[in-house]
Structure formats: C-alpha cells, structure tokens
Write a protein that binds this ligand. Structure first.
Ligand code: NAD
Length: 543
C-alpha cells in the first residue's frame, strides 16, 4: 500500500492539465441541508441512543451528514419488522405489487433533480454520470413493473405420466432479502436491485455503504410514496465488517454488490447457512479496437468506457487493446479527447468528469500510476491529482508501455486510469482480454457487426458491448447482467434478475391411477407396462 496521503499528492500537481468545468452557484450545503438529512435518517433502523457517524462531501471535503449507526441487534429488529410486513405483501396479486414499481418510475423521473443532488454530494461524480443511475433505475422499474407477472406466473410443465399427471412450476418469494450495496452507484445498486425482489413478494433489509446512505434512504422514501409498505424496506447502516455479517446471518437470500474480497466472505457465510447469494463483484475490463473500427467513434466510446464516474464503475474499461495498424492514430484521437475533458464538481450539468469518492480511492489511483511510471510506463494523458478542484480529484489518465509486473496491468484500479496494449491478430486480442481471473464486461469496436459479435462470443465476460462502452448491455434490462469467474455469481436484470429472489415449487397432481403397481398388476407386470409405455411415448415422440 502506498504511503501517499492527499496532501502528498497535492504537492505534485503540475498546474496544467484538464480544464475546469464552470462551477455552479449551488453549494452542497444548500442542496443537502441538515433538515433533509434529519428527515431521511428517520428511515434508518437504529434504536436506543445510536452512535453517530459523519460523512464527507467528496467534492469539497466538508462535512456532509451525521447519521445514526445500527448495531447487530438493530439488524435483528430490522429483519423482524421486514418479516412481519412480508407476509401481507406476498399475499397481494403480483400486478398490485408491480404497480408500485410503475408509480415509482414516474415519481423518479419527476423528482430526479433531488436525487441527482444527493448522488453528486455523496459520490462527487459529475451530474451526467449521476443521471445514468436515474436512467438505469427507471428502466428496471418499468421493465419489472410490466413483466413481473409474466416472469412469476405459474407455468404448466409436462407431468410424470401424460394426461394422468398435472404439473405446475410455481414461484414463491424467498422471504427477506439481505441486500448489501457499495458506494459507487448508490441509487442503482440500492433500489435498482431491490425492485425485482419487491415485485417477487419479498421484503428487503438493505445495508448501503454509509458514505452513500442518504441516496438509498431517499429512494426508500420515494418508493414508500409510490405505495410500498414502509416496513418492507429496512435500511441499516454501520461498519461493513460488523453490520454486513449480521445481515447475512438473518437473510433468506443475499444480494451483494462490492469487491471480490468481501464477496468471497459473504459467499462463505451464506453457504454455511445454506442460503443462496448473488454476487456482483469487481472487474479488469478490456476494450478491443479492431483494425476496421471507426476510430472517432471508438475514441469517443473509450472516453465513456474509461472515465464515467471517474472510472469508479465496475464495468468500466481499464485495459485498451488496439490493433497495431491503427494504434497510433486511435491513441492520438483518444488522448486529445481525454485531455479536453472538463473536470468539475458543480451541482449542475456541464462537467465531463467529477471527483473520486475518498482519499482511499485517490491513494490507490495514485499508487497504480506512480508505481507504473517508476517501472517504465509512459503517461499519455493526465497522471496527476487535481487538488485545485477538490480534495480527491484525479485527472483522466492514459498509460502506455505498461508491463505485466505493474499492479495497474492486472489489479482493479477503480479510478480514471486506462492502459493501452497493442495486438497483431484477433487471436492474440481475445487471449489477452481473457487473461484475467475476472469476467465482468468487455467492449469490441469494428465496422463489421457480424465480426464484432463473433469476437464477442469468444470473450469470457458476462456482458459484451459491440460498438458501445457498457451502456448497451447494461441498459438492455431484459437480458441478464453479471460476472463470470472472480467477477461474481448470479445475474441482475432479465429473468434471472427476478427469479433469483424466488424459490421454485413444483405442484404435481396425480389423477385416476397411482405411479405404482395397481389394478391387480404385480411388481413385475407393472415394470413391463411402464417399460412398454416409455417405448410407446418415444415412438410417438411424446418424450
Ligand atoms: P466493498 O466490498 O468494500 O463494500 C461493499 C459493501 O459491503 C459495503 O456496503 C460495505 O460496507 C460492505 N461490507 C464490507 N465488509 C463487509 C463484510 N465483511 N460483510 C458484509 N458486508 C461488508 O466494496 P466497495 O469498495 O464499496 O465497492 C467497490 C467494489 O465493488 C469494486 O470492486 C467494484 O468493482 C465492485 N462493484 C461491482 C459491481 C457489479 O455489478 N459487479 C457494481 C458496483 C461495484
């Protein structure tokens, strides 16, 4: 771990680099007044005289909120309240539950400015990137609001004996979902994943990251306004290693998004209790620029791919693989766009990239860049912290000449840093993209769409975007999204995104005769009749 501090980083600012975006008149303090914090904090399950924990606004470093912390005993209370509310909720028709999601969609679009302020205040990201969260949640709300009924309805299946056995596959809610979410996409990763759980008839006990708890609490308030019974969504906050295990301890199913390291711990605890878990974890995602790519589109796409939310996006690209024949031209265009990105922290649209969330993220980013440069990497763009803009700003950075022993080559930076590698053959590019234990997202750029899809099929990642960075696959909410390998287990979105919150139940009804010797047949005769029956079914292509 680097011994760099924000102060040490600050002294290294060269005074040149990305332009600053125009600020705005509105301050974080005005957008998130104590009255709003107090109102939202009511949604935290924390009893007695709770300890208070302070959060800091990354854009300015000033105090943002003082929030009550839950204890493991509070987590138990949260599960009791949620469990009580879940019984009545599960008894409602699916369409009644789904209607809450549809009302939430409309309210969210109408009131988006409130939550955009909160997301910016808590994460420091640019408003455009905060809006991506609104977009993703609205799409998921509409999707599951309209389709939950179809995903969850009873499905007739072929019975053991044709005509005589009537079989139905039904879906039952798991009960209370333990839902643990990180700070980087606080709206999407708190409420976005909770929506299908609610539609399927569950309650949720959510542990958001403390840094971004206000956004989760705001979403909870809005969902209650849309018609969700208040006790159905409990929010507990506190230290991850203390409160997190308590959530897993009581949950009927765990939905976790965060680092691979924590994900392993969560998976082991869930496995010991024999409850299921979906784990959305880290990545070291690659983008492939093939020889026939539209280089302008690819350069613009790479900017989105690498620097959205200042690279603090699980599906963001940290490895750029470019065909040698176009590498110099592509890099020139990509670097020019990157150097022109306007950095800023105004609570308004206009900045192309915002701040990192914390000194921890700043330290990792700085360490990866500095160690790489010391070992021979070349900085093509960026490379420096920008304390003139705010305590945790770091320039969007492109590195060349990165070699395997550098941490930035294989470890997730989770900051605005991308390394460029050249390849000669498609084979080599696919092998390089797949040479990581992670398998979350990838991106392929080519004018030949069929070729793009063929290459995509060879990449070991849960999502692949052809001629887009990440939004095409992530926004296709009817299709599953998640990771292979160290990037996780299970999927959000699509059928898997809602069915993971259910137990499958088969109800088979037998008519007229049992599946056993009967009507005077002895065992041997029964076996002979059944054998003939199976042969007849095969001949009739029935089974
Ligand atoms: P983290 O694992 O440190 O924390 C995630 C959440 O887990 C937080 O709420 C934290 O308080 C809680 N937690 C911490 N220790 C715990 C424990 N022992 N038991 C249970 N919960 C615990 O991750 P982070 O640094 O907050 O988030 C960034 C990571 O998340 C990155 O690796 C990123 O790639 C990943 N991520 C993945 C996705 C995805 O969909 N695959 C999405 C966003 C972020």
């Amino acid at each position: 771990m680097s011994d760099l501090t924000a102060d040490a980083v600050a002294t290294e600012h060269p005074g040149a680099g990305n332009p600053a975006a125009p600020g705005g008149a509105r301050t974080v303090a005005a957008a998130v007044p104590p009255s709003l914090v107090d109102r939202l904090a009511v949604g935290v399950t924390a009893t007695g005289e709770p300890d208070l924990v302070e959060t800091v606004a990354p854009l300015t470093g000033e105090r943002l909120a003082c929030l009550p912390q839950s204890t493991p005993a509070d987590v138990e209370v949260a599960f009791q309240l949620a469990r009580r509310a879940q019984t009545a909720w599960a008894a409602l028709p699916v369409r009644r539950r789904a209607a809450v999601l549809l009302r939430f969609h409309d309210l969210l679009l109408k009131r988006q400015d409130e939550v955009l302020d909160l997301i910016q205040a808590e994460t420091g990201k640019a408003r455009l990137h905060a809006f991506e969260e609104v977009l993703a949640v609205a799409m998921a709300a509409r999707h599951y609001g309209r389709t939950a009924h179809a995903y969850l309805k009873d499905k007739r299946r072929g019975g053991a004996l044709p005509v005589l056995t009537h079989a139905v596959e039904a879906r039952r809610p798991k009960g209370v979902i333990g839902h643990i979410s990180p700070w980087n996409y606080p709206l999407e990763l708190s409420v976005g994943d909770a929506l299908p759980a609610f539609a399927a008839g569950n309650a949720v006990v959510n542990k958001p990251d403390t840094q971004t708890a206000l956004t989760a609490l705001w979403a909870r308030e809005l969902l209650v306004e849309a018609g969700l019974p208040a006790d159905l969504w409990q929010v507990v906050i506190g230290d991850g290693p203390v409160i997190g295990p308590a959530v897993v301890e009581h949950a009927d199913y765990v939905s976790f998004t965060g680092s691979t390291r924590t994900g392993r711990d969560v998976a082991q605890r869930a496995a010991a209790r024999l409850v299921g878990a979906s784990l959305e974890l880290g990545g070291k995602n690659a983008m492939l620029v093939l020889s026939d790519a539209d280089l302008d589109a690819a350069a613009a796409g790479a900017v989105r791919a690498c620097f959205s939310s200042a690279g603090q996006l699980c599906i963001s690209i940290e490895r750029l693989l470019v065909h040698r024949s176009v590498a110099d031209e592509f890099l020139e265009r990509f670097a020019a766009r990157t150097r022109a990105l306007r950095l800023g922290g105004g609570l308004a649209y206009g900045a192309d990239m915002g701040s990192l969330v914390s000194v921890r993220q700043l330290e990792t980013t700085t360490r990866h860049v500095e160690e790489a440069v010391k070992a021979g990497a070349t900085v093509v763009a960026g490379g420096h912290a920008r304390p003139d803009l705010g305590p945790f700003f770091f320039e969007p950075t492109i590195l060349d000449d990165v070699t395997p022993e550098m941490a930035v080559c294989s470890e997730e930076t989770f900051g605005p840093v991308v390394s460029v590698y050249r390849f000669d053959t498609e084979e080599e590019a696919v092998a390089a993209a797949n040479s990581t234990p992670y398998g979350l997202n990838s991106s392929v750029w080519t004018k030949d769409l069929r070729r793009g899809r063929t290459v995509a099929a060879r990449l070991r990642t849960g999502t692949v975007n052809v001629n887009e960075a990440y939004a095409a696959a992530y926004g296709s909410v009817a299709s599953p999204m998640g990771g292979m390998g160290d990037s996780g287990l299970g999927r959000r979105h699509g059928a898997e995104g809602i069915l993971r919150f259910t137990e499958a139940q088969t109800i088979a009804t037998q008519r007229l005769m049992p599946i056993a010797p009967s009507f005077g047949l002895d065992d041997k005769q029964f076996a002979a009749v059944m054998t003939s029956g199976l042969r007849a079914l095969k001949a009739l292509r029935f089974r």
